[in-house]
Design a protein around this ligand. Structure first.
Ligand code: AMP
Ligand code: DBH
Length: 566
């Protein structure tokens, strides 16, 4: 077979000096994704790796079975021409075939591009185009949406995409233009090209929430990512007895690696894929599978806390509830342990790298009021003055913008030279866009954001991306979207639009429908659209989007203040 063709174009490598240091420190061990699965098969081959519901119903696979499926599918994918180094968009909900497909791609040395099930045509088309993907792996109808048909339409438009592979019911009638995943399963071969992948090469492309326009693609190497996975598994106490519930989408970086599904594979535990994050579904799985740890975003934690009061389910196996993706308010944090009988672990992470955890043996005060501390002793955190172009560090304990560099934080987004020039400092620190302060113990407290992003209950929305969708409407001349505080979601979205003069302006519902029909993830559709005559002046000089959004947010706050006073 051909050797793995590492993807290097458009990737900013770690400097040789840093790579050397991370190896010498024992962080980068040379382990690859295929080797991760090899180790699980060798040590835990007969143990249950994955439990879930796929297109054909309930599945329960051991590590040996998962590996055989992944190898067999890798052989089938190779047969249709998927080659080492090729990119493949993985657009799957939480079905067991997710792990089969992802490990098949790793075995092949092909690079998964991790899309979310909530993504729609506009996002998937962009990922496929930007990564020049050769295939899309998806499901048929799911969540009242025909993924396979959408993927097929994208394949017709994006020249690089040659195949749409659909996880289906084996033996079902194939649909024209799609390949059924089950039809690609072959006898598992002994060796596959990914087996000798270069550990310092890029293993997959993860997604960022995005700030300027569409999500950026994040190139993660075997070495850097697996270091974060192994260290996370240790911090979170995973063992072969662990039963991890994936309530959030499997492709979310939190679910995948903090310690997530891959941490479970490292430990030889069991991953339970929840088809839906709601309390009924998840509590049922906690009871039936004796789940020990689960990961959720704050609004979901709040919903689970509520539901715990009236559930008949036995949740006594649950030891740890991880909450991350958005700030967990201390009031919510305090209710978690009593309601669920599980230890809270706060997780502040990012797909670009840096992940912080409160430790399981931290005092309650730290667990309730901070977002924890970094994984690695070599994670470098700088808290700087965001308003000073020289970015001096603020005084200890003061709030500032967080910059970070370390053994699992990228040095640049994929094929994004222009954006990289501002997203990273000259000496390789990633500008997270988060406002934080560090406690005396070195724990991080997140207090806000300087980036042009709205965090809607853990789902990240780039203001500019949604504004561009609104601007595509023929009756809209300008659009700005801001985050509004929301008790449940943390933030919801409020769009302001300036309509073409002398015409009947479109209504809020029509504009929301317009955005949705452009094929974007539902969470990006503005919660409210307000048509205004003009935007407030943002001061002298060039109009700054940031100043404009700040002025609009202030205007909204004033209005709601007035309402509450009246
Ligand atoms: P992304 O870069 O799209 O992976 O999103 C990562 C971002 O999510 C971080 O930079 C934060 O803005 C936000 N985030 C993640 N976890 C937390 C948390 N526990 N508290 C506050 N913000 C968080
Ligand atoms: O929000 C995130 O991106 C996130 C949250 C928790 C993350 O990437 C992670 C843990 O690894």
């Amino acid at each position: 077979m051909t050797a793995v063709g590492p993807v290097t174009d458009g990737v900013v490598p770690y400097p040789a000096e840093a790579a050397e240091r991370y190896r010498a420190a024992g962080y980068w061990t040379g382990q690859t994704f295929p080797a991760l699965l090899d180790a699980a098969v060798a040590d835990h081959g007969g143990r249950t790796a994955v439990v879930g519901t796929g297109p054909s119903g309930g599945e329960r696979w051991t590590y040996a079975e998962l590996d055989a499926r992944a190898r067999g599918l890798a052989a089938g994918l190779a047969e249709i021409g998927v080659a080492p180094g090729d990119r493949v968009v993985v657009w799957l909900p939480n079905v067991p075939e997710y792990l089969e497909a992802v490990f098949a791609l790793f075995r092949l040395g092909a690079l998964p591009v991790f899309a979310l099930p909530a993504h729609r045509e506009s996002e998937i088309r962009y990922f496929a185009e930007h990564a020049e993907a050769v295939a899309i792996v998806t499901v048929g109808r799911h969540d009242r949406f025909d993924h396979a048909a959408a993927a097929h339409a994208i394949a017709a438009e994006v020249p690089s995409v040659r195949h749409v592979v659909v996880a289906d019911v084996p033996g079902a009638e194939p649909v024209a233009g799609w390949l059924s995943l089950s039809s690609l399963r072959r006898t598992p071969p002994d060796t596959l090209p990914g087996d000798d992948a270069d550990p310092s090469s890029v293993a997959f492309l993860q997604l960022s929430g995005g700030t300027t326009g569409l999500s950026k693609l994040i190139p993660r190497t075997h070495d850097d990512y697996l270091y974060s996975v192994r260290a996370s598994a240790e911090i979170c106490g995973l063992t072969a007895e662990t039963v991890y519930l994936a309530a959030l989408p499997a492709s979310h970086n939190f679910t995948m690696s903090s310690p997530g599904l891959l941490g479970v594979v490292h430990a030889g535990g069991t991953a339970v894929l929840a088809p839906s994050p709601d309390a009924d579904t998840c509590f049922g799985l906690v009871e039936s599978e004796r789940v020990t740890i689960a990961a959720v975003v704050p609004p979901l934690a709040a919903a689970w806390v509520q539901a715990a009061g009236r559930t008949q389910r036995d949740l006594s196996s649950l030891q740890v509830l991880q909450v991350g993706g958005a700030k967990c308010a201390p009031e919510l944090a305090r209710r978690i342990m009593p309601a669920l009988g599980a230890r809270l672990q706060q997780v502040f992470g990012m797909a670009e790298g840096l992940v912080n955890y409160t430790r399981l043996d931290d005092p309650d005060d730290v667990v309730l009021n901070t977002q924890g501390r970094p994984i690695s002793p070599d994670d470098e955190l700088r808290v700087v003055d965001p308003d000073d172009p020289d970015e001096p560090e603020v005084a200890p304990g003061e709030v500032g913008a967080l910059l970070t560099r370390g053994p699992y934080t990228i040095r640049g987004y994929y094929r994004a030279d222009e954006h990289n020039a501002t997203a990273f400092t000259a000496d390789g620190f990633y500008r997270t866009g988060d406002l934080v302060r560090l406690t005396e113990r070195g724990d991080v407290v997140v207090s806000g954001r300087v980036k042009e992003q709205i965090n809607r209950g853990g789902e990240k929305i780039a203001a500019e991306e949604v504004e561009n969708h609104l601007l595509a409407h023929p009756d809209v001349v300008d659009a700005a979207i801001v985050g509004v505080p929301d008790d449940f979601l943390g933030e919801r979205t409020h769009a302001f639009v300036v309509a073409v003069p002398d015409r009947d302006p479109p209504g809020s519902a029509a504009l929301r429908r317009f955005v949705r029909e452009r094929g974007v993830a539902a969470y990006k559709v503005p919660d409210v659209v307000e048509v205004v005559a003009s935007f407030p002046a943002t001061g002298v000089g060039k109009t700054s989007r940031r100043a404009l959004r700040a002025a609009l947010a202030a205007h909204l706050r004033e209005e709601s203040g007035e309402e509450s006073r009246s």
